[in-house]
Design a protein around this ligand. Structure first.
Ligand SMILES: Nc1ncnc2c1ncn2[C@@H]1O[C@H](COP(=O)(O)OP(=O)(O)OP(=O)(O)O)[C@@H](O)[C@H]1O
Length: 235
């Protein structure tokens, strides 16, 4: 579904934040991108979504190039980004935020999908008429994911879904993410919680200073000495 070859990307001409990056994610697969602060994980998601200004190399979705497209055109091709700050609209209700996720779809389809997301995230049903700004961090994260799923994306990009959340809420959200895996969707997960990322994803890439240092099935990386020492705190 997603193919990236020899990607260079950055914010200033001639100053690459990412270099020679290659990765792929298949339909039904969740891949995770691991790396220290500043390694370039968010930049990678931004480059795919068309919000990083200088991009060279190849990014394609189901065989069609995304290079040079503006974010709304990338979105039109079936990509959704759930950014680090979640991006829900605080003055709109949970329901209205979900409706925005289904913009342009027939009314009956939108109603069906709202119901599907409320089943997936029962907490959102309890908060249905409340303004998004009044939700807890975990509920806002659920809303951000539900809103993205309203579009039935082919590719979902998730940036640090656990950020700022209590461990019990993180477990809950990752449980729901695990359920998304295997559906008709490819997911790229960027996450600081490396243990959880490896648990929930099929395949992982480790970024170091903008380059892929290693990649392997997530289950194998759990036992990788570098990953254990650098990210899991095990010598
Ligand atoms: N909008 C921007 N303009 C200029 N430089 C940026 C911008 N966003 C990120 N950078 C720089 O790009 C580098 C990679 O940042 P990025 O946010 O991609 O890393 P990250 O791996 O996601 O880090 P973190 O885990 O801290 O979010 C950093 O040096 C950062 O300062």
């Amino acid at each position: 579904m997603l193919r990236i070859n020899d990607l260079t990307a950055g914010y200033f001409p001639g100053v690459p934040t990412l270099a020679a990056v290659g990765l792929s994610a298949e339909k039904g697969q969740m891949i995770s991108v691991l790396g220290a602060n500043g390694a370039g994980k968010s930049t990678l998601l931004g480059a795919i979504f068309g919000i990083v200004p200088y991009v060279a190399g190849e990014i394609s979705l189901a065989g069609t190039s995304l290079n040079g497209l503006k974010p709304h055109d990338v979105a039109r091709r079936g990509v959704r980004l759930v950014p680090e700050n979640r991006g829900t609209l605080p003055s709109l209700s949970v329901h209205e935020n979900l409706l925005l996720g289904g913009l342009g779809l027939p009314k009956a389809t939108v109603a069906e999908r709202v119901e599907r997301e409320l089943q997936r995230f029962p907490r959102l049903r309890e908060r249905f008429t409340q303004r998004a700004g009044m939700l807890s961090g975990g509920e806002q994260q659920m809303l951000a994911i539900a809103r993205a799923m309203m579009a039935e994306p082919r590719l979902l990009l998730l940036d640090e879904p656990s950020q700022g959340l209590a461990p019990v809420i993180v477990e809950q959200i990752f449980g729901l993410l695990a359920e998304l895996r295997g559906a008709d969707i490819a997911i790229v997960l960027v996450e600081q919680d490396v243990g959880l990322s490896l648990e929930v994803s099929d395949y992982s890439y480790v970024l170091e200073k903008g380059r892929i240092k290693l990649h392997a099935p997530s289950a194998d990386l759990v036992n990788n000495p570098y990953v254990r020492e650098a990210f899991l705190g095990v010598a």
